[in-house]
Design a binder for this molecule. Structure first.
Ligand SMILES: Cc1cc2nc3c(=O)[nH]c(=O)nc-3n(C[C@H](O)[C@H](O)[C@H](O)COP(=O)(O)OP(=O)(O)OC[C@H]3O[C@@H](n4cnc5c(N)ncnc54)[C@H](O)[C@@H]3O)c2cc1C
Length: 372
């Protein structure tokens, strides 16, 4: 028997487990570990707390707070498990993909600059400086968000995993949960390899969470949004900032002259693998403004499935005494994971809900309205 049993070892489940471990609890974390079915290893690693929002909202405020955790988390994980999660203070350029998107950039600038005076519209000279002369913005608008930085999401997810290993969190691998029931005042978690019991259970199953909580999440419109990504290498490109275009394509400069180009968005698509049409869209979008990428070498490609909720408000809730759910972090799960881990673990240990989570309930979700 466990004190707390977590279903799903993506960044959400692992971040909660890592925080809970400080309380000397007996924790188990179950995952079916099917390649391509954990979003967390596949993400671009952007910490886009400002890039992702054009209006004030509870998610925006939570994202800003969580962004602050990464510098320290980088140092902590390095000393704790020897893993460098490659936290880079690259900042981010938000770019109109085509002139008709200029209004969107200006609207976002008007919102962000009001809160953060360091956010600024870019002039050509600065665009050149931030991209080693690779970005021309003659007829398009761009804004610079100096503190939307980035990490290597794959290394971060692996570092969390190592941390659990080191802290004796029991990892139950290659095991699929098929149902959660109640038995003698406990939760009984039924898997393809046997049953587990715990008084507290956390469902952090990403885009699959609703399969285990059909009754509670059916109306919340949780679905998977498949994203395809390619990793390119080019020695003389030297982009210093992330570039995020209004059509959803982004370029994230990584170590060793690499650039991660993401990501397509296919709603209600749980398939694994990268399509030729996906690669074509990514390359066409990326080379429109950074033509030099035509000469880059493709190193890798992959896909992942983001958990998306109809109104884009993530859920962090206790849906029945001792049964918690964390899902729907869509394009911001990496960014939000440190604060979610901290807040949810506090709630689980103290049985007191942190007030800041009041806006992320299953019931409180207003369907069919976007938060920004
Ligand atoms: C291409 C792409 C780019 C992204 N870029 C960014 C970015 O730049 N910045 C950012 O902040 N976020 C980004 N995201 C989003 C981020 O990756 C997700 O929001 C986050 O990883 C979700 O974490 P999670 O733990 O909820 O889900 P997951 O990582 O999907 O983990 C859920 C886990 O639950 C397991 N599971 C599910 N059901 C069961 C079951 N029945 N039994 C056992 N195990 C089960 C799965 O195997 C999986 O491992 C991106 C996502 C994608 C796909």
């Amino acid at each position: 028997m466990f004190d707390v049993l977590i279903i799903g070892s993506g960044v959400m489940g692992m971040s909660v487990a890592r925080n809970l471990k400080h309380n000397q609890l007996n924790i188990g974390i179950i995952d079916r570990d099917i390649d391509g079915m954990h979003a967390s290893y596949k993400a671009g690693g952007m910490l886009g707390a400002q890039n992702e929002f054009s209006n004030d909202s509870p998610t925006y405020r939570l994202a800003l707070k969580s962004q602050q955790y990464f510098k320290h988390l980088n140092e902590q994980l390095l000393s704790e498990v020897g893993s460098d999660i490659e936290y880079k203070e690259t900042g981010l350029i938000k770019l109109a993909y085509e002139p008709k998107d200029n209004d969107k950039v200006i609207a976002q600038y008007n919102f962000l600059a009001n809160v953060n005076p360091n956010v600024r519209l870019l002039e050509q000279q600065e665009a050149h400086r931030l991209t080693s002369n690779n970005l021309n913005i003659e007829d398009i608008m761009a804004l610079y968000i100096p503190n939307d930085h980035q990490i290597n999401a794959n290394k971060y997810t692996k570092a969390l995993y190592k941390s659990l290993e080191q802290n004796n969190v029991e990892r139950i691998r290659h095991t699929e949960v098929t149902a959660i029931t109640k038995d003698k005042g406990m939760y009984k978690v039924i898997t393809n390899k046997g049953d587990y019991y715990a008084p507290k259970v956390v469902v952090a199953g990403g885009a699959w969470s609703h399969k285990l909580l059909q009754a509670q999440l059916k109306e919340r419109q949780l679905t998977g949004v498949k994203g395809e990504v390619i990793l390119m290498e080019q020695e003389d490109l030297d982009l210093q900032s992330t570039i995020f275009m209004t059509n959803g394509c982004y370029l994230v400069p990584k170590n060793k002259n690499r650039v991660l180009i993401g990501a397509t968005s296919h709603f209600d698509d749980y398939s694994v693998g990268v399509s030729q049409s996906g690669v074509d869209w990514l390359m066409e979008s990326a080379t429109r403004h950074i033509p030099q990428l035509k000469y880059a070498r493709k190193l890798k490609q992959w896909s992942g499935v983001r958990p998306h909720i109809g109104n884009e408000i993530p859920i962090m809730d206790e849906i029945e005494k001792g049964l918690f759910v964390i899902t729907g972090h869509y394009r911001n799960g990496i960014l939000l994971s440190p604060i979610v881990g901290e807040l949810m673990s506090k709630w689980i240990v103290t049985d007191t809900k942190p007030q800041i989570l009041n806006d992320f309930t299953v019931e409180g979700c207003v369907l069919n309205g976007s938060h920004d």
